[in-house]
Design a protein around this ligand. Structure first.
Ligand code: NAD
Length: 374
């Protein structure tokens, strides 16, 4: 008997209110086109504003229990956080805690120059840029092991600890090799410039002990993946090479904070943050969210590009298809990916970040209309 998959939807702050409805529309449509059955739980409100307005003890709407999150086959969220609430709210509402709690250790953030999108890099054409920033998601600077010294009401010292473990490095680097071999989430497997399946290990060894470990473990694993070329780059140099020769890169694995920063830069490299999708994937859980934040500068104007979240939920379906052995879900991801390309290539419907004047909903409708069985 065909299974009904449970997908939980959380809204978030700012433009989340505009892009989440487009992701829901897409999930409705893919079920019809690809013939599977989803039970969408929610959408539930959450985020900084919701938290502040509702004085919640646990940081979540009481309807969104930890059990509900863990029982769902997968889930997705819009961005959360608003600058006016920064450091004013306690931690539990933050998605970063879910990354640790659910152990979704791989943050997969593709950067592809798509048809119909003008590159900010001179002379680059669609197909010339197609790499994945693979960010370790549970270690490094964001583990919140640290503290501060406050005397007489004044904070005098603050400490964050940067942590890398053998287990954490090993599993994310293996994930990177496997991504390079599968070509998942890419337009085409391999690096655009030469077709080589290439894993670039990017960190700051020689300076940071944790990054020495990251590189050493990549060197240990390298012989086990003879079909993938291994490349090493200091993260500062990589930020230069990603702009100068983006076509050389295929999968680029890096510790948490570097991946956070480099994937925003890659938002620009692919033409707009509004195109930057991502999943947080583990062995048992996965949730999708765009790479970007709540974009307060454009929120409420109905002009946000929903592509980032639509691609994210497509990637999430691909993860679920792998875990449940359901090809229909994997076909749905390829269908979403192709539909986005088709709408962008036509240059008829596009949001202002790409130089157009269409609304968020008009773009979402166009993607849904372009969906076709694989
Ligand atoms: P941002 O990513 O929200 O915005 C950066 C720029 O990209 C802005 O100019 C914005 O208009 C543009 N942009 C982002 N998404 C877009 C879209 N879909 N379509 C068109 N343009 C888009 O970064 P910020 O302004 O520094 O952060 C705003 C808030 O979001 C902060 O409170 C931050 O903490 C939070 N944040 C949340 C997440 C998350 O939920 N995972 C990630 C990053 C930032």
């Amino acid at each position: 008997m065909s299974r009904r998959y449970k997908v939980l939807a959380l809204v978030g702050d700012g433009i989340a209110h505009e892009i989440v409805p487009e992701a829901l529309k897409l999930l409705e449509a893919v079920q019809t086109v690809y013939g599977f059955d989803l039970e969408v739980l929610g959408p539930y409100e959450f985020g900084a504003k919701y938290y502040a307005d509702h004085d919640m003890k646990e940081g979540w709407d009481p309807a969104v229990t930890r059990e509900l999150l863990f029982e769902a086959d997968c889930w997705f969220k819009g961005p959360v956080g608003l600058p006016e609430y920064l450091n004013r709210l306690p931690g539990p509402y933050l998605p970063i805690n879910q990354r640790l709690d659910m152990d979704v250790y791989a943050n997969v953030r593709p950067c592809r120059l798509r048809p119909g999108v003008d590159s900010v890099l001179v002379g680059r054409e669609p197909g010339d840029i197609d790499y994945i920033v693979l960010r370790e998601n549970t270690e490094h600077m964001y583990v919140r092991v640290g503290g501060q010294l406050t005397r007489g009401g004044e904070t005098e010292l603050a400490v964050d600890n940067y942590i890398q473990t053998r287990k954490g490095c090993e599993r994310i680097i293996r994930y990177g090799y496997e991504l390079a071999m599968s070509g998942d989430y890419k337009g085409r497997a391999g690096a655009p410039v030469d077709g080589a399946r290439r894993l670039t290990c990017a960190a700051k060894w020689g300076i940071c002990k944790g990054d020495n470990l990251f590189k050493a473990i990549c060197e240990e694993l390298e012989p086990g993946y003879p079909d993938v070329e291994t490349d090493y780059a200091w993260i500062d140099a990589w930020s230069y090479w990603a702009i100068m020769r983006p076509g050389y890169y295929d999968v680029v694995v890096m510790p948490n904070q570097y991946g956070d920063i480099m994937s925003d830069m890659s938002g620009a490299v692919q033409g707009s943050m509004g195109l930057a999708g991502s999943i947080n994937a583990g062995d048992r859980h996965c949730y999708a969210e765009p790479t970007h934040g709540s974009a307060p500068d454009i929120a409420g104007k109905e002009i946000a590009n929903p592509t980032s979240l639509m691609l994210s939920v497509g990637m999430m379906l691909n993860w679920l298809g792998d875990k449940r052995g359901d090809q229909r879900l994997k076909d749905a991801w390829r269908g979403v990916d192709a539909a986005v390309d088709m709408v962008l290539a036509a240059r008829r419907v596009r949001t202002p970040d790409l130089g157009g004047s269409s609304s968020t909903a008009e773009f979402g409708d166009a993607v849904v209309e372009a969906l076709a069985p694989a």
